[in-house]
Design a protein around this ligand. Sequence first.
Ligand SMILES: Nc1ncnc2c1ncn2[C@@H]1O[C@H](COP(=O)(O)OP(=O)(O)OP(=O)(O)O)[C@@H](O)[C@H]1O
Ligand SMILES: [Mg+2]
Length: 191
Amino acid sequence: MLYVDEQICMRELSLHILDALENSLEAGATVVDLIIEEDTAADQLAITIQDNGRGMNKTQLDRVFDPFFTTRSTRHVGLGIPLFKAAAERCGGSLTVVSQPGEGTILRVTFEHSHIDRAPLGDVRGTLLAFILAEACDVHYVHRVDGREFEFDTTDIRTELGDAPLTHPMVRKWLQEFIAEGEQNLRRQSQ
Ligand SMILES: Nc1ncnc2c1ncn2[C@@H]1O[C@H](COP(=O)(O)OP(=O)(O)OP(=O)(O)O)[C@@H](O)[C@H]1O
Ligand SMILES: [Mg+2]
């Protein structure tokens, strides 16, 4: 018997985000938007992951919160979305999925920002880098904290780079520093 409870819940929201990004990739997405919005006045943290993958039909969508539903063939449980939903609901938030076959999927997850059980965002930079460097998908990333914003789009970065791949050591180093600085500035200014 599988229990979706805090014993197996993740300690960093970035791990849930990575799982959702992997779902998008598995659904054949070529572009994913990841939007993180922190509004401390409204005491809300909202994470939106939108992809242009194959989407889900009504039957798949109805079953998506069921831990025993997966289209994976390697194993027979799919825990990513049920765990993310449990984490949100434990913190006064919710998880909703909007999806249409052929039109992609929007996952929106909210949390009470200051809720005592809310896991920290964690290593968003590492998550983003791992995903971007896999070069399977373009990423549009937006992180807003109380009106301030850090944003980039790998489509624009690749255009700037011309022939150089994102995985080139120099580019990789630049990306690491660029994301680290963008994230740090958000935090620094919000204090
Ligand atoms: N973005 C998406 N686009 C299309 N289908 C999706 C998407 N996200 C989830 N699904 C469908 O919902 C199922 C359940 O997803 P979930 O993340 O809960 O489990 P999983 O990815 O199958 O396994 P796990 O996350 O435990 O590795 C997936 O197998 C897939 O069929
Ligand atoms: Mg998953």
